[in-house]
Design a binder for this molecule. Structure first.
Ligand SMILES: [Mn+2]
Length: 499
């Protein structure tokens, strides 16, 4: 534990110490976090750690911090009257909103931000140093660490938790579930940096175990034919979504799918059976994708949580994080937090949400295979009114991952299928990492397009944020085409100049 904390950059450790002191002093705490697996895990870590400290606590997941939601956050704070407010897995990109709306509240003594996203460019628009003094912002990006590979939002929350008490080492489970949800392990190729140190700590304490195995979703829980039927990473053309083909796959190998009346799961297969399945899958993938690298991705580091119940999603970091994402995407992040904390009813509800989620993804991908996408100069556009805005980002990421959409340009997904009647449309972008090397930066492009349009119209018509490889924006309906054109032109210019 000491080693983990001592290995951090000195300035970051100093901030963590300040955050710990401020928390020990606080009486009432209110915590807000993002709705994805990382944000949910981070919040659960904070909730458990503060329970251990005996603090009076309220918590909530928020889709994102923007000029609208900050007012709601402020209202909730004014109702509960905490002297400490914590934001996790967001806050850095919205630090001005946090300062001007939250730090400014007089009964709030301190605001702690535990984030890992890159800061927005631009100046701090307020120079009130007492306000800045109230905020303790901890973000690896400010300390020469990567917020994409070294440590996630839940990892930062974990550092804070073990700073509060060494007994919080149990929360290493959730730190790695969150990092897995944020794809910090290079898609199963292994963790590095602070993440790796957290795994070592968790392994030594018996909360985590790393094995080499099939990286598919569902090795602990799915009947083996369903492992293939619901496979989306990679998508298996001809098998994904095709129940009969998945049955024949195992029949041809003469591998029984049931043990008496019970479906067999991957972890229950004999090792020679596993070998035969893997061989056949490798042949299959090389045949359909003509890409041996893709087949290599079938086997990777699988992180198990040996303290969680057997044959459940909570048994592996990958399934656990997908379960949490499903809760968030279905607008029930609170269920995810409760699952992390071991609530039995929440687990049942979360499972149902997960089934829904995976069905939605598989049908969206099939639809995309049939209806295809638009080819703009600098990007590929997916405009699918049937895909909910909560999963459009995952769908386009998977579509490029499985080459349903080529990877030579960024892909943008637009969904008009919102569950709220907001005038805003959500837009998600994904770019393959080789495009990043060629100068593509989705976040910068989206933010500059939004700034340009907001300036031009003299009001807020677009808000954007994210990472170079994955970014998003909320745009007023009538301005979506203009935003797409600006982005497409920008990408085209970048790609042409670096050829
Ligand atoms: Mn995150």
């Amino acid at each position: 534990m000491e080693n983990l904390l001592e290995s951090l950059p000195e300035a970051m450790l100093e901030l963590l110490r300040n955050a710990v002191l401020a928390t020990k002093k606080a009486e009432k705490v209110m915590a807000f976090s993002h709705i994805d697996a990382d944000g949910i895990s981070a919040l659960a870590i904070i909730v458990r750690a503060l329970e251990h400290e005996g603090k009076e606590l309220e918590w909530k997941n928020i889709h994102q911090i923007n000029s609208e939601s900050i007012i709601e956050i402020k209202n909730e704070i004014e109702e509960f009257k905490p002297d400490l407010v914590i934001f996790s897995d967001f806050g850095t990109g919205q630090i001005n909103l946090v300062r001007n709306h939250i730090a400014v509240i007089d009964f709030v003594d301190k605001v702690i931000v535990l984030d890992h996203h890159l800061p927005q460019d631009g100046e701090i628009d307020d120079d009130d140093s007492t306000l800045s003094h109230k905020i303790i912002e901890i973000n690896p990006c400010y300390h020469d660490l990567s917020g994409s590979y070294d440590v996630s939002g839940s990892g930062v929350a974990f550092l804070f938790a073990v700073g509060l008490s060494p007994e919080n080492v149990e929360l290493s489970e959730l730190a790695i579930v969150g990092a897995t949800g944020d794809l910090q392990d290079f898609y199963g190729k292994g963790f590095t940096g602070v993440n790796q140190s957290i795994i070592e700590l968790g392994e030594a304490a018996g909360f985590l175990k790393v094995t080499r195995d099939l990286t598919f979703f569902g090795i602990n829980t799915r009947p083996i034919p369903y492992l293939l039927r619901y496979a989306t990473d990679p998508y298996l053309p001809g098998l994904t979504g095709n129940e009969a083909a998945c049955y024949s796959f195992f029949e041809e190998l003469e591998i029984p799918m049931k043990d008496d009346d019970e479906w067999r799961t991957w972890v229950s297969l004999e090792s020679n059976e596993k070998q035969r399945v893997i061989q056949k899958l490798i042949h299959y993938i090389i045949e359909v994708y003509n890409d041996p690298k893709k087949a290599q991705g079938l086997i990777g580091d699988v992180i198990m949580l040996p303290q969680r119940p057997e044959r459940t999603e909570m048994r592996s970091a990958k399934e656990f994080s997908t379960l949490l994402n499903a809760c968030g995407r279905n607008k029930r992040p609170d269920v995810g937090v409760k699952i992390c904390l071991g609530d039995q009813e929440a687990i049942i509800e979360g499972r149902y949400l997960l089934q829904e989620h995976r069905r939605n993804l598989a049908t969206a991908l099939r639809r995309l295979e049939q209806d295809s996408y638009e080819n703009m100069d600098g990007l590929y556009l997916v405009n699918d009114p049937e895909t909910p805005d909560t999963i459009i980002g995952i769908v386009i990421g998977m579509a490029q991952g499985s080459r349903i959409i080529p990877i030579d340009k960024p892909v943008i997904g637009v969904s008009t299928n919102t569950s709220s009647d907001s005038p805003l449309v959500k837009l998600s972008g994904r770019a393959h990492k080789f495009l990043i090397k060629r100068g593509i930066n989705l976040k910068e492009t989206f933010v500059s397009a939004a700034d340009l349009m907001n300036g031009k119209y003299g009001k807020l018509v677009a808000e954007a944020g994210g990472h170079p490889m994955a970014a998003g924006a909320f745009i007023h309906k009538e301005h979506v085409d203009e935003f797409l054109k600006l982005s497409s032109d920008n990408f085209e210019k970048t790609l042409k100049s670096k050829k």
